[in-house]
Design a protein around this ligand. Structure first.
Ligand code: MD3
Ligand code: FE
Length: 201
């Protein structure tokens, strides 16, 4: 494992998960997706997001005409699966053994998917960090400021990269500008998976 670098309060571990760990996590995530299929959330403006998602945990993140929120059930009506052990191990290693996250959000980026600059503020407790795990193709992660606009810094997140966003960084604007499609061989059909663990409160 290489060291950790800090960019605007984001702790970035670029090679945290080895190949075996990534493969084991991928198997776990496939199980989650079998029980809670990926969906394209509709924004409150009625446009589908280009990123597909699903969740595991006590609550999952959903978006539809009624807005963005955490819900106790998948849009299909079923419960969310439990958070995989391979994911919890990283949380307990880098964030805390005092409590586990409430939500493990799984984002899938195809070749053309993007995520515009935004803040994550649908949680009610911002005192806990958010943990992000990247698998598959590289994604260009853009880090902004605590308010919209201003200068930004970009870094490539690759398969096995882990980021911890805590303290003031918890409310920093961020997004994914592009995917280097087929840059990794982890996902046979290409694409990028990002897993974020959150305490929702
Ligand atoms: C900073 N995901 O799910 S991960 C998201 O790669 C999201 O899918 C991106 O932004 C992705 O909301 C970026 C890095 C990340 C995740 C959550 C954060 C950065 C964050 C929450 C608060 C602050
Ligand atoms: Fe986010």
């Amino acid at each position: 494992m290489t060291g950790c670098m800090t960019v605007r309060g984001f702790q970035i571990y670029s090679e945290k998960l080895d190949a075996e760990t990534q493969q084991a996590m991928l198997e776990d995530l496939r199980q989650v997706i079998r029980q809670a299929p990926m969906f394209s959330p509709q924004t409150p403006f009625g446009k589908p997001m280009s990123v597909r998602m699903t969740s595991a945990g006590r609550v999952g993140w959903v978006s539809d005409r009624n807005g963005y929120r955490y819900a106790h059930r998948h849009p299909d009506g079923g419960p969310w699966p439990t958070i995989p052990e391979t994911v919890l191990t990283v949380w307990r290693d880098l964030v805390s053994t005092d409590r586990d996250p409430d939500c493990c959000l799984i984002n899938f980026y195809g070749e053309q998917a993007r995520m515009g600059m935004h803040q994550d503020r649908d949680e009610t407790d911002f005192s806990w960090p958010v943990l992000s795990l990247s698998l598959g193709d590289e994604g260009l992660f853009r880090i902004g400021n605590q308010t919209r606009g201003g200068k930004t810094e970009s870094i490539w997140l690759r398969s096995g990269s882990v980021v911890v966003m805590g303290g003031p960084a918890r409310l920093t604007y961020h997004g994914i500008d592009k995917i280097r499609f087929k840059s990794s061989s982890l996902l046979p059909k290409g694409g990028r998976i990002n897993v974020t663990c959150r305490v929702v409160g």
